[in-house]
Write a protein of this length. Structure first.
Length: 195
């Protein structure tokens, strides 16, 4: 996917003028790109629109106007974009009860080892690859950045909606799967086709 550049962004004064509409549009866009895997895990698939929004919001919050500072943010956020043949997502472990955060996060220890979360396409599994450094032996973050590297054969299968694609998680007794809705499927397929 084409990386974000300074030319893709608007300055914070102009952004403030269009922010409300921009936010409404991005929330609609993100809703299509969000997968809920049970009550405590969600995936939001990143693309140019979601990343531009995050950068614009960071520029606004931090009052960034210096091109070098903005470019440093762009460089960080560009790592969220999928490369060719990939899907990229932010995984959230969503715990609303503050008193249960430590206990509930603890049950997800081992999630990042690579075999607990996958995309099932027909009889083929594509395991999530987790960004390193967001969990330890006895501690795990509530936010993770993941990628699914999609082979040409899996992409061919994804192009046929009858194949039956779904996201699955099996982490201890936390086991859920979610079929991919047609609008989500079309959006993710667009990611794979935009090199």
């Amino acid at each position: 996917m084409k990386k974000i550049t300074l030319n893709d962004l608007i300055d914070i004064a102009e952004y403030d003028k269009v922010r409300d509409e921009f936010r409404r549009d991005i929330m609609t866009h993100k809703q299509v790109r969000r997968i809920e895997l049970g009550p405590e895990i969600s995936l939001t698939f990143e693309d140019r629109q979601t990343v531009v929004f995050q950068i614009q919001e960071m520029m606004r919050a931090e009052q960034m106007v210096n091109d070098d500072v903005i470019q440093a943010e762009i460089d960080v956020y560009n790592t969220l974009l999928p490369d060719e043949g990939q899907l990229s997502a932010t995984l959230f472990i969503e715990i609303t009860d503050a008193a249960q955060i430590k206990e509930k996060l603890h049950k997800f220890l081992g999630l990042t080892d690579g075999r607990s979360l996958w995309l099932q396409v027909g009889n083929q599994k594509v395991y999530a690859q987790f960004e390193a450094g967001r969990s330890e032996e006895d501690k795990i973050s509530s936010v993770h950045y993941i990628r699914f590297v999609i082979s040409p054969a899996v992409q061919d299968a994804l192009e046929d909606p009858a194949t039956g694609a779904r996201f699955c998680i099996a982490q201890g007794d936390y086991q859920h799967e979610m079929p991919i809705a047609v609008d989500t499927w079309e959006s993710l397929l667009g990611d794979l086709q935009s090199a």
